[in-house]
Structures are given as structure tokens and as C-alpha cells.
Design a binder for this molecule. Structure first.
Ligand SMILES: [Zn+2]
Length: 443
């Protein structure tokens, strides 16, 4: 009996020790505040069991984590910036044995999503909290408000589109000046595309160019040997292109991503639709398998396989951004499903190819071209059914010489000017018709 009791105590002790050892340590905590949403990531070597609930008055989120070490979590409170749009502060404490509690004090009502991700690339397990606003800003309204401010860029420019005069003057609304469909609902996109034009617009309208800085947040993109990250370089260039476009009469650049946070690839396409973009330009500076690879390239979507093994490799690499950036697969976005309609993209790809050639020609004036022609592959971010879309590889960040130039403000400006130059050439040869006219030509 005595021996058995000792054995029992020893076993109990072992069990207690193994449970104590089982506490999962958090390797890294990251916070990505942005207007779209703020993301909090906890990274660990093992999966974390979690539970979340909301409390109102004042608004708070409570997250209980089972069997985790509290150590690294204590640094979270110091990581909340004052300008975080949604999180005011975070408190961390040992709620009870085996449960660490995070309490997030909120600035406004939110729609939180908490989900976990399996290890990928350099990441271990990730527990991700995405804090979305309960009442998101309508991007089209934001753009309209911005455009409604007095601005010389909006002054009616000489008519460039040879169309017959319109029988009746449209109302003086901002939507009309832009040639936008008032109150466009992405959910009715198919209807919108199928609607035949009633009248052609004579008024020069502002062209909206969606500028998509590749990667962001949890997805750094490619790394340069000297430490530069593709996501930073692409954003710097995209901002410069936007500034140049906003100074161009009848043209506005809209940044799909304007900060260091991740946007899923399909969502980038949706955001371009939400602002009724005329063109979509995704900006990158990737690495390549060979470190001596250099030069600029421009890609369009392919419906029937890639034009080279390098293009196929790059598209596959780019399409993995969602895995690295982290997408909550439990939430199906209805906007996304409606936007990526199964329409023939042939007409749009033809336009994308024309645009790509003009941009490639302009880039050839400031950098070597990786290949002398536009390439095609199945890039997910280029899958707009009705917006001509290109992906610009400005240069290879994996090439030390190009990495240095990609960080140079003057060189970034040259790249931005080349992109704008290509777009201007495209519109000179393919005048922008009204949105309804463009849509109608495809049916
Ligand atoms: Zn990239």
C-alpha cells in the first residue's frame, strides 16, 4: 500500500510538472493598426486555445487564452499607438490558474474576428484578432467627398472622346462629373455590367486609377539582402504615383492600401470596384530565385496558363500572399463572390495587355527590362472581370544594386513617372469612354 501511495504521488507530481511545462510561450506579438481594420497577432510554436466575448458600456473585447505564458503578452499594452482607430488600450492579467485574460478597451463599436492560422513560411502558429469597425467607411463616398473639395484638377478639360452631343444636360452632381453610377452597389455588379448605355457622356470625367501597393502587414513580401522589405518599397512608390496622378487634370489615384497592414488579394479587387476604378495597377519589387536577376517587368492576367516558367513561378508566389498575410477562411465575403463573377475576361485582358505594353515601354526608359515583352500568368489580384489590370515588377529587391535604387527617393519618383507615363499613353490611344459604354462593349 505504501509503495502504491508513493507511486500515486510521483505520478501526480509528474502530471502536474508536465502540465506546468505545457504552457505555450508566445514568441511574438504584433499590432497592425489601420483605418480598414486593426490586427493583433500572437505567434507561438503550438496552437493556442482561446475564447472571446464582448462587453458594452464601455465597449470592450475580452479574450481568454488557455495555458499560455503571460510573459511576452505583457508587452502588448505598450504597443498600442494613440492613433489606433479602434483599440484604446490593452490590459493583460492572469485571470485564474491556466487562463490569461486580455481586455481590449475600444474607441468605438467594432466587429471582431478571432481565428487561428497554421504555420506557413517563417511563421509558427498565429492567433489573429481582426478588429473591424461596426460601421465601415464607404470608400466611394470617401473619394467623392475628397473630390467634392474645390480642386483645379476637376476643372472640365477639353473633350477628348469623339462622341455625339448629349441630348440633355446631366445634373451637376459629383457622380455625374465623374461618370460614376450613383450609389453603385457591388452586390449588383453583374446588373451594373449588363446595363446598356442610355446616353454617352460628353463631359470629360475624372479617371480613377486604383494603385495597389503589394503585400503589407503580416506579409512583408520579398526581403532585400540589406534588409529592405518589398511591402515598404511598394507603398513608397504607390504614394508617389498617387501624388503625380492627383496633380494630373482629370485623374485621381486611389491607394488600395495606405499603411502597413494586410489586405487579402480578392479584397484588393473589390476595393478597386468600390471606387469604380478605370484601371488597376499592382506595384511590386519581388525577389527571384537567381540573385543576379534584374530589370523591370509588367504582367497581365492569363486565362490559359503562364507565358513562361518564371511568370508561373512568380504568380504562384504572389498568390500565396493570402496564406502569409492571413485570411479568415471561415468568413466568406459576399462582395468578393459577386465581384469575381465568372465572366469572360478576354476583352479586359486585351486592354490590360495594351496598358502593360505602354507601361513596359516607359519603364524601359529608366531601367533594363527583365524581358522585352509583357508576360502573362494567373495572378489572383488581376482577376477583375471589367477593370484592365496589370502587375508591375518595378525591379528585383533580391538584386543588391536594384535594392539600393528601390530605396532611393529620386529613383522611386522615376518609376512613378514611368507608370504614369504608360497610363497616359494608354488613354491617348484608348480614350476612356463612359463606364456604361465600356461595359456594353463586352456584351
Ligand atoms: Zn510581390
Amino acid at each position: 500500500m505504501h509503495k502504491a501511495a508513493i507511486k500515486f504521488v510521483a505520478l501526480a507530481l509528474l502530471l502536474w510538472l508536465s502540465q506546468a511545462d505545457a504552457a505555450v510561450s508566445i514568441n511574438s506579438t504584433r499590432i497592425w493598426p489601420a483605418q480598414d481594420y486593426t490586427r493583433l497577432t500572437l505567434e507561438s510554436r503550438e496552437a493556442i486555445h482561446f475564447n472571446m466575448f464582448e462587453i458594452t458600456d464601455p465597449d470592450r473585447l475580452v479574450i481568454d487564452l488557455d495555458d499560455v505564458e503571460i510573459g511576452a503578452l505583457k508587452e502588448l499594452s505598450g504597443k498600442i499607438s494613440n492613433d489606433d482607430p479602434y483599440i484604446k488600450s490593452i490590459r493583460v492579467g492572469q485571470f485564474k490558474p491556466g487562463v490569461v485574460r486580455l481586455v481590449l478597451d475600444l474607441k468605438t463599436q467594432v466587429k471582431p474576428q478571432l481565428f487561428d492560422l497554421k504555420p506557413i513560411a517563417e511563421y509558427g502558429y498565429r492567433l489573429v484578432l481582426d478588429v473591424y469597425p461596426a460601421n465601415p467607411v464607404d470608400p466611394l463616398m470617401a473619394l467623392l467627398n475628397q473630390l467634392d473639395k474645390p480642386d483645379t484638377a476637376l476643372a472640365t478639360a477639353p473633350q477628348t472622346v469623339p462622341v455625339p452631343p448629349e441630348p440633355e444636360q446631366p445634373d451637376e452632381t459629383v457622380e455625374n462629373r465623374l461618370g460614376l453610377t450613383p450609389g453603385l452597389d457591388i452586390g449588383k455588379l453583374d446588373q451594373h455590367l449588363a446595363t446598356p448605355p442610355k446616353t454617352l457622356e460628353v463631359r470629360a470625367r475624372t479617371l480613377i486609377i486604383a494603385l495597389d501597393a503589394g503585400h503589407g502587414g503580416e506579409d512583408p513580401g520579398a526581403h532585400g539582402k540589406n534588409g529592405s522589405l518589398e511591402k515598404d518599397v511598394t507603398l513608397a512608390i504607390a504614394r508617389k504615383v498617387k501624388a503625380l496622378m492627383d496633380d494630373t487634370p482629370n485623374m485621381r489615384g486611389v491607394l488600395i492600401r495606405d499603411g502597413d497592414y494586410f489586405i487579402p488579394l480578392g479584397m484588393r479587387v473589390v476595393k478597386a470596384h468600390q471606387v469604380n476604378a478605370d484601371l488597376f495597377v499592382s506595384i511590386h519589387a519581388d525577389a527571384f530565385i537567381k540573385p543576379d536577376a534584374r530589370g523591370s517587368s509588367v504582367f497581365a492576367l492569363s486565362e490559359h496558363g503562364a507565358t513562361s516558367t518564371a511568370a508561373r513561378w512568380l504568380a504562384k508566389n504572389e498568390n500565396e500572399a493570402d496564406l502569409i498575410g492571413g485570411v479568415n477562411i471561415a468568413v466568406q465575403d459576399p462582395y468578393l463572390a459577386r465581384t469575381l463573377l465568372d465572366l469572360s475576361q478576354t476583352a479586359t485582358i486585351n486592354d490590360s495587355m495594351k496598358l502593360a505594353k505602354h507601361v513596359l515601354t516607359e519603364l524601359g526608359g529608366i531601367n533594363d527590362l527583365h524581358r522585352g515583352r509583357v508576360e502573362q500568368a494567373g495572378f489572383a489580384v488581376l482577376k477583375s472581370p471589367d477593370i484592365p489590370s496589370i502587375l508591375v515588377e518595378t525591379a528585383f529587391i533580391s538584386n543588391p544594386g536594384e535594392e539600393r535604387r528601390l530605396n532611393d527617393e529620386d529613383y522611386q519618383m522615376k518609376l512613378a513617372n514611368a507608370i504614369l507615363g504608360g497610363i497616359k499613353r494608354y488613354f491617348a490611344q484608348n480614350p476612356a469612354l463612359s463606364k456604361q459604354k465600356i461595359a456594353a462593349t463586352k456584351f
